[in-house]
Design a protein around this ligand. Structure first.
Ligand SMILES: [Mn+2]
Length: 346
């Protein structure tokens, strides 16, 4: 098995080869993209373009309002059926590595000459030669930083710029919960220090936009969700749910429900939180899973066709009602939690 450094070197070599012939590279952030997927996609696209490649970031839908304060959003293209463009030399899935996580856009992975990914989720499919998947990394933006750093050193030419700094910090700040989650390592602080020393980035404004800015409707929506929390297993599992009616009533979007699932983890004695929501695109029921690390959220999500990390994961179940999904997943979560507690006792 190749290690992370080998794969990164290989990826950089491929990019340099493509740069010498104006090769074409497409970046495919996962569906329902977040700051990390978008930040890494645009940063890498900018850096690879600066070394001579033609690049395109291709998202599945219009970008959510919650990301509208980020730079370079006008460089992002939205996929549509029959989108005409010449074939790509390299297609990279970003912040995911499975075809199903990019939905309809998976055709670009299969039709491109080379394919790969840059990701930090738990591996759930077989990886190829250009799949840089590092579950110990805080974020895909952390990996994007390393790739751009390698390119800078190799070419002895500055590639980071202020926009890239903002985008990388956006992904790192959100995926580490502003440097509070267990994935916050010395590496992320070193990267942040480098970016802040070199560029004038307003970190306080970035934090405000991601974590504090809200609306009255959103505050009321949060109250609706939290007032409906139910405790199972003596409070070890906390469950809440969101119907379309709740979303419509408050006039909000369901962009960042994961944050509510994380906030619920703060309740004393909680080991797992499950936040269920009726999803329109893709249709079905979404479950956001958070854990204190004793319950493997990633492995649990993979059973339902989802994925993620040890402490934070999610899945979307198709052709199922909210009640059905809740009943079967809560039952299964109890079984898994009981089994893992048994292992700890023995
Ligand atoms: Mn991420």
């Amino acid at each position: 098995m190749s290690n992370e450094k080998d794969i990164r070197r290989r990826l950089v070599e491929v990019v340099l080869d493509l740069a010498s012939v104006n090769g074409r590279i497409v970046f495919l952030p996962h569906e329902r993209l977040d700051a990390d997927a978008l930040g890494a996609s645009i940063s890498l696209a900018e850096a690879f373009r600066a070394v001579g490649c033609e690049t395109m970031v291709l998202a599945d839908l219009e970008l959510p309002e919650s990301l509208s304060h980020l730079p370079l959003l006008d460089t992002v293209h939205i996929d549509e059926p029959g989108l005409m463009c010449s074939p790509f030399d390299l297609a990279l899935a970003i912040d995911c590595h499975e075809e199903q996580r990019v939905g309809e856009r998976a055709r670009w992975l299969t039709e491109s000459r080379l394919r790969g990914s840059v990701d930090h989720h738990v591996v759930s499919t077989e990886l190829g030669r250009l799949d840089l998947v590092v579950p110990s990394a805080s974020s895909t933006c952390e990996l994007a930083f390393e790739i751009i750093w390698d390119l800078e050193l190799h070419l002895a030419k500055p590639l980071f710029n202020r926009d890239i700094a903002v985008l990388l910090l956006a992904g790192i700040v959100t995926d580490t919960g502003r440097y509070t989650y267990s994935n916050t390592t010395p590496i992320v602080f070193r990267q942040a220090a480098f970016l802040l020393e070199r560029f004038d980035v307003d970190l306080a404004a970035l934090n405000y936009d991601f974590f504090e800015r809200t609306t009255v409707g959103r505050l009321q929506f949060k109250g609706d969700i939290f007032s409906g929390i139910t405790a199972f297993d003596g409070g070890r599992i906390l469950v809440a749910s969101v119907t379309r009616e709740m979303i419509d009533r408050r006039g909000v979007t369901d962009d960042d429900l994961g944050n509510f699932a994380s906030e619920m983890m703060g309740a004393d004695g909680t080991e797992v939180t499950l936040l269920f929501s009726e999803s329109v695109e893709p249709p079905g029921v979404r479950v956001n899973i958070r854990s204190n690390g004793r319950f493997d959220a990633a492995q649990f999500a993979i059973r339902y066709g989802g994925g993620g990390h040890l402490r934070a994961a999610g899945a979307t179940l198709k052709d199922i009602t909210l009640d059905e999904a809740m009943e079967s997943i809560i039952r299964e979560a109890k079984t898994v939690l009981d089994a893992s507690s048994g292992e700890l006792r023995s």
